[in-house]
Design a protein. Structure first.
Length: 283
């Protein structure tokens, strides 16, 4: 079995979640956890029993006993850390989004041209989930027909800290970018976008220059229409759903424990009627 020795960068909220996930993956060893906050680095190292931790992020990347780099630091730091790891010849997995601005993305894309053999992956994980893969297979096989409508929803069970919000880039870049990724993956390019945002959860979002509730309307290049809802709090737990509606059938996926569902215009398909709905969202 191939093994990977990892330098893990950033041990905050999302970093600790990924460190716990790494504990479940055979063949992966975290050699060092790095965070500019030494206490956070130590806390992260304890999760995976890493042999060392440090506040020197560049040293962690350069370490001889590191084969790959995982980046879970604030978004504004991503481009520089990706470049440092790539220059060291080390494959990178980086949390989304890749950067805070399109200019930074373009700059990084130009940089990567000179390093075609160093893999870099950004954490848009939903498209790799087995349920979304099955929905995509149905779409590509023509089972859904021509796509007419797209609906998706990403709402946190509880909001992150305002300190995080102030550096996150905002709800579109930080959160519903997953929905934008899926929408283009399933439906295609987008020609027009319109959005409404509001602060309904915490007035602190105003100070951060962000909104905590948003509805985005899309017009795709192929003529299909879409709606994306985003939010920072529900009273019933994290609410993530995706619905792809075609001329023949509908595919519906909900996290974390619902298999993809199908429904035709009439009758039964896969045990779900055209009135079939997900039987309950996780609490």
């Amino acid at each position: 079995m191939q093994t990977f020795r990892v330098a893990f960068l950033g041990a905050g909220r999302i970093g600790q979640m990924h460190l716990n996930n790494l504990n479940t993956i055979p063949g992966v060893t975290v050699q060092v956890v790095a965070d500019t906050n030494a206490d956070m680095a130590a806390r992260g190292a304890a999760i995976v029993n890493a042999p060392r931790h440090t506040s020197d992020i560049m040293a962690a990347i350069a370490a001889d006993d590191v084969d790959a780099v995982m980046i879970c630091t604030p978004t504004g730091t991503h481009p520089a850390l990706i470049k440092a790891a790539v220059r060291a010849g080390k494959p990178v997995w980086c949390e989304k989004p890749v950067a805070l601005s399109l200019a930074d993305v373009d700059d990084l894309t130009t940089f990567m041209v000179d390093y075609p053999d160093v893999p870099v992956m950004i954490g848009y994980m939903r498209r790799f989930d087995a349920r979304y893969q099955l929905a995509k297979q149905r779409l590509d096989a023509g089972e859904l027909g021509e796509i007419e409508r797209w609906n998706s929803k990403s709402i946190d069970g509880s909001p992150p800290s305002l300190a995080f919000i102030k550096t996150s880039g905002g709800i579109c870049i930080d959160m519903i970018i997953h929905d934008f990724d899926l929408a283009t993956y399933f439906v295609g390019d987008v020609d027009e976008v319109m959005a409404y945002g509001a602060v309904l959860v915490d007035p602190g979002f105003i100070e951060a220059g962000d909104v905590d509730t948003i509805t985005v309307m899309l017009r795709f290049a192929n003529g299909a229409l879409g709606v994306i809802e985003g939010g920072r709090r529900t009273a019933w737990g994290s609410d993530i759903r995706t619905e792809i509606m075609g001329s023949k059938e509908r595919a519906f996926v909900a996290f974390p424990n619902s298999p993809p569902q199908r429904c035709q215009r009439s009758g039964l398909a896969g045990g779900v009627t055209r009135r079939g709905l997900h039987r309950g969202l996780p609490h």
